[in-house]
Design a protein around this ligand. Structure first.
Ligand SMILES: Nc1ncnc2c1ncn2[C@@H]1O[C@H](COP(=O)(O)OP(=O)(O)OP(=O)(O)O)[C@@H](O)[C@H]1O
Ligand SMILES: [Mg+2]
Length: 456
């Protein structure tokens, strides 16, 4: 990977030496360039000679205090993001700081992950500021995320988020419909992190049996329950120092959610049947194809766990919202699967590609990949033409016209429209109900009433 990255410059201002070095050490690991100052005037001197992107600023300092420095910075460097550090949090000073233009504040003593997520937020703020003289776009070389193919604006944003989140240890929450690439993104984050040479341990939360889950995750000691003939290492132990991927986290029971929350907070755990605490150093990535805020509302997901997990939320858009990625993906899968099958290179005609791009892909990238694979197996052609595509893609089915020559009742209109949305979403009721703006019960009643088709 070419490292032409221009580093983000951070200035740490604190009169305590230990705070300065502590923060510097953490931020240097993230590839940031760090400057330090022991008091306000030193800070302003550095800023006069260097363009600084982010300032971490202690409030209580001898001489010029943090508030005063903040006012100077705001007046002279309006684009610099300032985060206040305070040992004595009070609502009053927090309000004062935000009024004066501080982006955020950090309360001493703080944990490494708090600092990291704060810096992540500050970085986003810096890059959002288009007028900032140091072009940050240059920093983020967008086409350098392993495994993941895409060139749409939505995917570029994902790439830059991935690149920023990867080097930190922040917990990442990936949401998106099935097949949008959540696991792939999790692997990319691991591959770009300092844990890359350690384990990436995926666990499918929906596949684990509740009764065994605990011992799977935490391990158990011999004799801790019937059938525990030997001491077993849990997945947490195997993943130690690496990355742990909780796939489909919304499927965890409330009981396990509570235990997981404790593990994340305390960064240690005990095996089933043991009192010995084991230190845990893992990076956690979680995924869900359900909107977890909805799961919180219906009581099946803990809100406090959600906030722990979504330090860096990444939402993967469905493929139909980034149809521009289809040609690149088609090319990628054609190459991948014909090489795998030792086949000759094959291509796709312009017309067929248009049809593939126009299709709604309810199963997202996974469905596209399977479709290409199937065509390679079934069709013995050099160039894929419309006639080689499955009928539901080539027939441009599902075009829905309200204004045609035909006249029909409102009820008929409702019937046809629901059928159209159902088909577009391959009969998936939750998605269909969401799009129609009705609940699942109402949808079920209408399907029954109109005798609609629900399988494709
Ligand atoms: N942007 C992409 N570039 C290349 N391949 C992709 C991309 N997105 C997804 N894929 C491929 O599509 C398939 C599905 O991706 P993945 O398993 O990551 O999806 P997911 O979001 O985890 O789905 P689910 O919720 O069903 O588990 C995989 O084979 C993956 O390699
Ligand atoms: Mg997955």
């Amino acid at each position: 990977m070419a490292n032409t990255k221009k580093k983000l410059r951070v200035l740490v201002v604190d009169d305590e030496e230990v705070v300065r070095t502590g923060i510097s050490r953490v931020l240097e690991r993230q590839g940031l360039s760090i400057h330090t100052a022991a008091d306000g005037s030193e800070a302003l001197e550095i800023m006069a000679n260097q363009s600084i992107h982010i300032v971490l600023l202690d409030i209580k300092m001898p001489g010029m205090d943090g508030i005063e420095v903040l006012e100077h910075i705001r007046a002279t460097y309006p684009h610099t993001v300032v985060v206040m550090i305070t040992g004595h949090p009070s609502i009053q000073s927090a309000i004062e700081c935000t009024k004066l233009g501080a982006a955020d504040y950090l309360v001493k003593p703080f944990r490494v992950d708090e600092l990291e997520s704060l810096i992540l937020k500050a970085r986003e703020e810096v890059s959002r500021d288009k007028e900032f003289e140091t072009p940050l776009e240059e920093d983020e070389t967008i086409d350098e995320v392993p495994y993941i193919v895409g060139s749409s604006i939505a995917m570029r944003e994902i790439f830059s988020k991935v690149r920023r989140a990867a080097p930190s240890d922040s917990t990442v929450l990936l949401t998106g419909e099935s097949g949008t690439g959540k696991e792939l993104v999790a692997r990319a984050i691991h591959a770009l992190s300092e844990r890359a040479h350690k384990e990436f341990v995926p666990v499918d939360c929906s596949a684990l049996v509740e009764s065994l889950l605990e011992s799977e995750l935490f391990g158990h000691v011999k004799g801790s329950f019937t059938g525990a003939f030997q001491t077993k290492h849990g997945l947490f132990e195997l993943a130690n120092h690496g990355t742990f991927f909780f796939d489909e986290i919304s499927n965890l029971s409330l009981n396990i959610q509570a235990k997981l929350l404790r593990v994340i907070q305390e960064r240690e755990f005990m095996k089933v049947g043991s009192q010995k605490r084991i230190k845990l150093d893992i990076r956690i990535i979680a995924s869900s194809n359900r909107d977890l805020t909805e799961a919180i509302k219906d009581g099946s997901f803990r809100e406090d766990l959600y906030y722990r997990l979504s330090v860096v939320p990444i939402i993967l858009p469905p493929l139909r919202d980034r149809a521009g990625d289809v040609p690149l993906l088609v090319e990628h899968f054609l190459k991948l699967h014909s090489e795998k099958r030792n086949g000759r290179p094959r291509s796709v005609s312009k017309r067929a590609l248009e049809m593939l791009s126009a299709y709604s892909w309810p199963g997202n990238v996974r469905e596209l990949e399977h479709t290409i694979e199937r065509i390679l197996i079934l069709e013995d052609c050099d160039i894929i033409e419309p006639e080689h595509l499955p009928a539901f893609i080539s027939q441009r089915q599902g075009e829905f016209q309200v204004f045609s020559d035909e006249s029909f009742s409102l009820e008929e209109l409702e019937k046809r429209y629901i059928q159209f949305v159902l088909r577009q979403n391959k009969g998936r009721r939750q998605e269909t109900a969401r799009i129609l703006g009705i609940n699942r019960k109402t949808l079920a009643a209408k399907i029954k009433k109109y005798g609609l088709r629900v399988n494709w």
